[in-house]
Design a protein around this ligand. Structure first.
Ligand code: VGL
Ligand code: ZN
Length: 207
């Protein structure tokens, strides 16, 4: 496992979307997701502050292919706010698929941030929805608590982790991607593109 720099009071581990639907047997399973769970549980012990994000869609969410007659998962469509990839139905509010992986054991997590709960807008980033202008409130939360450096782990490296990392940099946070503690969907070169964009934005990539 990656060696971390010394961790202090201004650091937060943000664990992104470690939910059943992204794990083995889930609606949008990411290869290798389950093996992250013990790694992330251990990692969390080294941080004074941990937060979790939870993808949390209402039934019939606009990002679901099933909401677009004739369209299939992984196709893209143009919505009012721009290009949107269509996904299988996943992480529907209140369903088992939306729950955290049962072996995720971070009871000390201080915040669970839900995102993607507006029916018409997806939200990859934990900071802004995909319209790029609706904030989730995370930046204000972090600033008010004096948390200045984010360490990112979870799912998926090329979607929610990627957009969270870019927005963290835009909001002025030091941002460290813990690559060994993330797994990617990786379709059509999306992982390589995401790593390039994160590096260009000043995200430190460890591991
Ligand atoms: C995610 C696609 C759709 C993710 C969430 O957590 O990366 N990807 N919803
Ligand atoms: Zn989603």
């Amino acid at each position: 496992m990656t060696r971390l720099p010394p961790i202090g009071e201004g650091d937060l581990l943000l664990v992104i979307d470690l939910q059943n639907d992204f794990c083995a047997g889930g609606a949008l399973a990411v290869a290798g997701a389950d093996e992250l769970v013990p790694t992330i549980n251990r990692l969390a012990e080294g941080f004074a502050h941990v937060a979790l994000t939870q993808d949390w869609h209402p039934p019939g969410h606009r990002s679901f292919a099933a909401s677009h007659p004739g369209r299939r998962p992984f196709e893209t469509v143009r919505l009012a706010y721009g290009e949107q990839t269509l996904w299988p139905e996943h992480c529907v509010q209140g369903t088992p698929g939306a729950e955290f992986h049962p072996q995720l054991a971070i009871p000390q997590a201080e915040l669970i941030l839900r995102k993607g709960y507006r029916a018409e807008v997806d939200s990859y980033s934990a900071f802004h929805e995909n319209d790029r202008c609706t904030p989730t409130g995370l930046a204000g939360y972090l600033r008010e608590r004096g948390l200045r450096r984010l360490f990112l782990a979870g799912l998926a490296t090329d979607y929610c982790v990627h957009y969270t990392a870019l927005d963290a940099r835009l909001a002025g946070f030091e941002t460290v991607l813990l690559l060994e503690a993330c797994r990617a969907i990786d379709r059509d070169g999306s992982l390589a593109a995401a790593l390039g964009a994160m590096r260009a934005a000043g995200v430190e990539i460890l591991g």
